[in-house]
Design a protein around this ligand. Sequence first.
Ligand code: ACO
Length: 336
Amino acid sequence: MLYRSKIKGLGFYVPDNIVTNDDLSKLMDTNDAWIQERTGIKERRHALKGTETTTSMGVKASLKAIEAAQINKEEIDFIVFATLSPDYYFPGCGVLVQKELGLPNVGALDIRNQCSGFIYALSVADQYIKTGMYKNVLVIGSETQSPALDMTTRGRNMAVLFGDGAGAAVVSRSDDAQKGILSTHLHSQGEHAAELAMITPGVGTKWVPEILAENNPDDVSYYPYMNGQFVFKNAVVRFSEVIEEGLKANGLTRADINMLVPHQANLRISQFIQHQFKLTDEQVFNNIMKYGNTTAASVPIALTEAVQQGKIKEGDLVVLAAFGSGFTWASAIIRW
Ligand code: ACO
């Protein structure tokens, strides 16, 4: 028998430390008008050095999601953790969450799919629940990106975009066959891996002391790189494709969408998709203005806020979609 899975509880956490566009303009040659016009972003959160980590924020978001799901944490059967900014090169953050939450020795899986990470993670949880293997899966997206950004004019195209934070969902077996996650759709195109990446040379094949000995302060390859315009052009195409694919797979059309929660990459991308799908302002949820692009955390943070603000009602058709580094892109079609 195949079961249906549903999102039973959601939660998010962002650091208290608010970094405005004016704050950034003191560090680099940028300004509030440029950032707002090109991206929609007004401010973002940066983790407090030494106290907040990808795991600690993931734990805080998870506790809220577990509380919202009204289950005991001991009922969690499995953890899926999505991030591009893990605390350590290894082990992944999933096992650290298992320890911090004091869960029994459940499995913990880490997902490395950047901005699409949460939807990939949700898809994994959905498959385990559908087959009957697990009843409650904790799905987390969390990022501490600020320490890796080049906070000088050289890195301004990336530094203004990204923020830190975490979101989590408890995905549970549902008795209602009509509701829950209807389908998920996942894609990748590795030929564009270098267009949005942190390809720190040698990691994996060289020892770190060797890398550092060869490094110098002008070596930008230690910072993330993005070909912004190329990413933008691919994003708008792939967002549209993967939303259409999801709708078609379920015999639905654009007119059936009640709420689109896109990955918060750039407000201009969301507005382009909104226009293409003929959706109203009320049918697309955006909060990039407050948090910037939080990569794997952006979809669960946005989804949590949309639910908390009463913008998603029972029975609504909710579409999640993401595009990012890899390139990877994904959608989830959910009957709430
Ligand atoms: N402040 C002021 N000027 C800037 C800044 C800044 N922060 N950043 C770049 N500029 C300058 C550039 O140097 C350039 O100057 P020049 O004309 O003298 O050379 C000018 O502004 C225009 O730069 P572009 O890169 O052409 O600006 P664009 O309009 O493309 O906007 C942006 C840049 C916002 C990054 C855009 O390309 C974008 O949003 N791309 C997609 C981002 C995205 O979706 N990422 C995917 C998800 S992220 C993930 O997966 C991890």
